[in-house]
Design a protein around this ligand. Structure first.
Ligand SMILES: [Zn+2]
Length: 456
């Protein structure tokens, strides 16, 4: 039995493509970042305009144009893209090579402009082969929306012919409620948002829904007509009726998930950053000033609670303040990191002497280590009870570690201090307050670079 295989297939979507420039003798390398056929999203409707659709085409330069239709489980068309490939021959710098530039262009729906995507492909018409064709619809065309999670099929249509090309599965990322420990972790994340806004409008009558989520409600925004996401109705139907029964329950349940996960936001979602270089600079200066005053441990605790971004080096997903573990102990801070490590943190005064004149470790710093070692011992002996104290389930934590934050860098032999920090007392890391300042400084510089206007 022979099967005929279509000459074009759909491979998945990816968020980014990087072209690695070519030397004159080689083809540029195209790196598809995060190619996948399962798309997880906090919210629906989900815009696909910014995603790259990745196709594989056989003998791309000889292809007929294809109407690529995304259909839902019931076979209903959701949206479509016109993909037509045209080839312009042109020589690469190296005239002896027989490589060529291939321009493909595609259109999404009828109002789409031509979006050319230049693709380099080895041209060897005697040995036809498969080529990767990326296509990003872009935001200048009609919104290409996936209204709800589910399996979607990609089919190709040429005249009367219809053939399967692939599929995409969309799943909902269910977002746990904003408990205080999750709010603290969002505030600790360098790229978190303090508010996310999403807007859905009818193209015909302009009636729209403006919803926002934040770590707290914003009265001024509500006066401007923005609606707190949790108070959205089930559905949106505009008054002209062209936009009807848009399911808003995904936004209502999960919009706050984007606060700490801002890389997943796409078009139609805008956000207000939690941190900017200026506000972090103020925290840096205030913290340096506080440390100069030889503050009490409680003042240091309070300052870090007010500015949990100082804990960003622990990559927190959750941050706990002053949590007791079992009856005997109380942690100063605890963090569940993005790699599911529970880190129990002990802070001591910044004025503590870390090392003796002879380079040995002082009783005060040994005491801090011993404290954390006791916690880890408890965590090993009574793991379920310790996790329960944090309201964590066993599958949320793969390992328990410790950290001591204590003292300053100045006044010690550099080599002896390096040795103290490098010595791993089992699973315990040692940081000084200067280490916290330093990592905040690095963060500020990286934000300055990232958010600087890009020169053309
Ligand atoms: Zn309308």
């Amino acid at each position: 039995m022979s099967k005929s295989v279509p000459d074009i297939s759909f491979l998945g979507v990816c968020e980014d493509i990087r072209y690695i420039p070519a030397s004159p003798s080689t083809l540029p390398e195209m790196s598809l970042i995060g190619l996948k056929s399962v798309v997880a999203s906090h919210i629906f409707p989900l815009s696909m305009n910014d995603s790259f659709f990745i196709f594989g085409a056989f003998a791309a330069d000889e292809q007929e144009s294809t109407k690529i239709v995304v259909t839902d489980e019931n076979g209903q068309d959701v949206f479509w893209i016109d993909l037509s490939m045209g080839v312009t021959r042109s020589s690469v710098q190296d005239a002896t090579s027989d490589e060529k530039t291939q321009d493909t262009s595609a259109q999404a729906n009828s109002v789409a402009p031509q979006v050319p995507a230049a693709i380099w492909a080895p041209a060897n018409t005697r040995n036809k082969s498969w080529t990767i064709i990326p296509f990003r619809p872009g935001t200048s065309i009609v919104p290409l929306l996936i209204y709800r999670p589910g399996t979607y099929y990609i089919v190709g249509r040429r005249g009367e012919d219809e053939f399967p090309m692939g599929f995409l599965v969309f799943v909902e990322v269910k977002t746990p409620p904003l408990t205080p420990d999750r709010v603290a972790a969002i505030r600790a994340k360098p790229h978190a948002a303090k508010r996310v806004h999403v807007q859905l409008s009818c193209r015909n009558c302009d009636e729209s829904i403006h919803a926002y989520a934040g770590i707290e409600k914003d009265d001024a925004l509500e006066l401007e007509g923005w609606q707190w996401y949790e108070s959205l109705p089930d559905e949106f139907t505009c008054s002209c009726g062209e936009t009807s029964n848009i399911d808003l329950t995904y936004i209502r349940s999960n919009l706050h998930g984007l606060l700490g996960d801002t890389l997943r936001t796409g078009p139609r979602v805008s956000l207000t950053h939690m941190h900017d270089p200026d506000s972090l600079e103020r925290i840096f200066n205030d913290f340096s000033g506080l440390l100069e005053e030889q503050p009490a441990e409680e003042e240091l605790q309070q300052f870090i609670e007010d500015n949990p971004v100082l804990l960003h080096t622990f990559s927190p997903d959750r941050v706990f303040y002053k949590k007791p573990i079992l009856a005997k102990h109380q942690t100063d801070f605890a963090v569940v990191s993005s790699s599911k490590e529970l880190v129990l943190i002990e802070i001591e005064k910044s004025s503590i002497r870390l090392l003796r004149k002879d380079g040995g470790v002082t009783a005060a710093s040994t005491h801090a280590f011993d404290q954390v070692r006791d916690w880890l011992h408890e965590a090993d002996e009574h793991r379920p009870a310790v996790l329960e104290a944090f309201d964590l389930s066993p599958d949320e934590v793969t390992q328990v570690r410790g950290a001591v934050i204590c003292g300053r860098d100045q006044g010690y032999d550099a080599e002896a201090l390096r040795k103290l920090k490098a010595t791993r007392y089992e699973r315990i890391v040692f940081l000084t307050y200067d280490d916290l300042l330093r990592s905040l400084g690095i963060l500020i510089r990286s934000l300055v670079e990232m958010r600087a206007p890009q020169p053309f």
